[in-house]
Design a protein around this ligand. Structure first.
Ligand SMILES: Nc1ncnc2c1ncn2[C@@H]1O[C@H](COP(=O)(O)OP(=O)(O)OP(=O)(O)O)[C@@H](O)[C@H]1O
Length: 257
């Protein structure tokens, strides 16, 4: 179980740009839950992910993983149990290295081999099988530099690399936003397959309301650092895109936008 407890976060404290984003923010995510997160620009979605990953510190509060507070744990330690895929397909992979080299580095993550562990025939064959499953023909391009792949191919590889080793949390930060509709659909189907197979606790931030409604077993909507909608189970299954749009429209009117 992942628990954010009484999280407080001020950006630029003591300056004219001070922003109190989270004030006693609480969120509990069950093991194996697939949580979709929607919300307007600036509502705090990415900040929440960064707080979980440890890339930004909190002012106060706890982040409990199975009851242990990791709030002071360094980000590189937390990353051992987290796979993260970003909006930008160029993040999460190294463009000047081949597919094979990229996969080898991802495979070595958290295993303490450093860069010294080479790729033997068996490992290369294992990667080839994983790539073959994607049906993108990447298994025949293992010596191709990742920088020459299309955005969709690269994002697929980034997702595969983020999840190829056992992880406890999969963090998806608008990971389909830069893709064309067909490729985005492929990535979402692959995401769903991976989440179900690995039963990994997943947090997916998306502006695609249809994906938020169709995928996952819980949905929250963020607004000014709060979760103003939180639906799971039957309630989530019954949700429609129009329900979320209605709330979006209501809060924009309330905020005078
Ligand atoms: N490092 C930072 N320093 C100062 N302010 C920040 C920082 N990161 C985010 N913010 C501010 O915090 C607020 C929330 O930003 P955040 O990126 O978390 O929102 P978001 O919901 O992910 O938005 P979007 O949908 O546009 O990606 C914004 O007002 C943003 O300007």
């Amino acid at each position: 179980m992942l628990e954010l407890k009484n999280i407080n976060k001020n950006y630029n404290p003591g300056t004219v740009n001070e922003l109190c984003l989270f004030e006693n923010f609480n969120l509990t995510i069950q093991d194996g839950e697939f949580l979709s997160v929607v919300g307007s620009n600036g509502s705090g979605k990415t900040s929440m992910l960064n707080i979980i990953c440890g890339t930004i510190p909190v002012d106060s509060g706890s982040i409990l993983v199975s009851g242990t507070d990791i709030v002071n744990q360094k980000d590189y330690i937390r990353h051992r149990r987290i796979g993260r895929v970003y909006q930008d397909p160029s993040k999460g992979t190294c463009p000047s290295m081949t597919i094979l080299e990229n996969m080898s580095i991802a495979d070595n993550k958290g295993k303490g081999y450093g860069l010294g562990r080479g790729v033997n025939k068996a490992r290369a064959e294992h990667y080839r099988e994983m790539l073959r499953d994607l049906n993108l023909g990447l298994e025949n391009q293992m010596e191709t530099k990742v920088g020459s792949l299309s955005g969709g191919q690269r994002q697929t590889l980034a997702l595969l690399m983020a999840t190829m080793n056992p992880i406890e949390f999969l963090i998806l930060d608008e990971h389909t936003a830069a893709l064309d509709p067909k490729t985005a659909e492929i990535i979402m189907e692959l995401t769903d397959k991976i989440v179900k197979e690995k039963k990994v606790t997943t947090i997916m931030v998306t502006h695609n309301l249809r994906y938020a409604v169709e995928y996952g077993d819980r949905l929250i909507m963020m607004h000014q650092g709060n979760a103003i909608i939180d639906k799971a189970g039957e309630e989530k299954a019954k949700m429609k895109v129009d329900d979320i749009l209605e709330t979006f429209n209501r809060i924009s009117i309330e905020c005078g936008n």
